[in-house]
Design a protein around this ligand. Structure first.
Ligand code: SAM
Length: 246
């Protein structure tokens, strides 16, 4: 490289650094969010045998790098918003670990035209990640205060393709069914039959199955084009229980 080229290169690098610094000045959480992405990538590599892949869909990772998780956690935990772990959101509930949110989203294989049901809105974070990727997200939360808070926070962030309902998600959302994908973010003792029914042929559902407060299995449910259902265990996980009257 000539001296002139070296000089131009150095100038360009300095300009990039300034642009990066400016972006970080606008968003004080940008560096923490980037660190979270690196940790998710490392966790995915570590679990590549179970996931059957070394890297997740770049669209999913882009959504993870975009959604402001800090805006969906309580003020008291904002500084820990990008740590790769679950955090309390009140009412005995949690916002899930970013790595788990990323792999659950990846397993759904959604597209820009998908209509997705989420059971367990919680903070609204998983719904926001999905909303970056799909046409419409329907999400159900059983604890009224959480559902209302998530609805308010998601509206404030400008998400227009998320509808939050307060209710028991075990029974799904009959009026909006069928769905291309369903994600259940609380542990069920069994795969809820109404959700299987509301999954489109060719659709995918991801649900943690097992006893409350014990290690559960993340189960992928696939419905083929003839409506036949096959299930596959992906990973051991630990979720709060699916509650309700079922
Ligand atoms: N997806 C959430 C997020 O991104 O923050 C995290 C969900 S938290 C691990 C599980 C949520 O499921 C809790 O908010 C809980 O109240 C909710 N839940 C439990 N049983 C439910 C049910 N039968 N119907 C709807 N929501 C339920």
């Amino acid at each position: 490289m000539s001296n002139t080229a070296r000089f131009i290169n150095a100038l360009m690098c300095a300009a990039c650094l300034c642009a990066g610094a400016a972006a970080h000045a606008d968003d004080p959480f940008a560096a923490a969010r980037e660190d979270m992405i690196r940790e998710i990538e490392a966790d995915v590599r570590m679990t590549s045998l179970q996931l059957d892949k070394e890297v997740l869909d770049p669209r999913v990772m882009q959504a993870m790098a975009t959604v402001p998780r800090h805006a969906l956690v309580p003020e008291s935990h904002r500084n820990a918003a990008y740590e790769n772990r679950p955090l309390p959101i009140g009412h005995g509930q949690t916002i899930s670990q970013p790595y788990i949110v990323a792999i659950m989203t990846d397993l759904l294989k959604v597209t820009a035209t998908s209509r997705v049901l989420e059971v367990g809105t919680g903070s609204g974070y998983q719904a926001a990640i999905l909303a970056e990727l799909v046409e419409q997200v329907y999400t159900i939360e059983i604890i009224e205060a959480l559902g209302k808070r998530a609805r308010r926070d998601l509206e404030a962030l400008g998400y227009e393709n998320i509808t939050v309902r307060i209710g028991d998600g075990y029974y799904g959302w009959e009026e909006q069914a069928p769905f291309d994908a369903i994600v259940v973010t609380a542990a069920a003792s069994h795969i809820p039959p109404p959700l299987i029914k509301q999954l489109k042929n060719g659709g995918r559902m991801i649900v943690p199955v097992g006893s409350r407060f014990m290690v559960q299995q993340l189960v992928l449910v696939e419905k083929d084009n003839q409506g036949e259902v096959v299930t596959r265990q992906i990973l051991p996980v630990l979720f709060v229980p699916l509650t309700g009257t079922h």
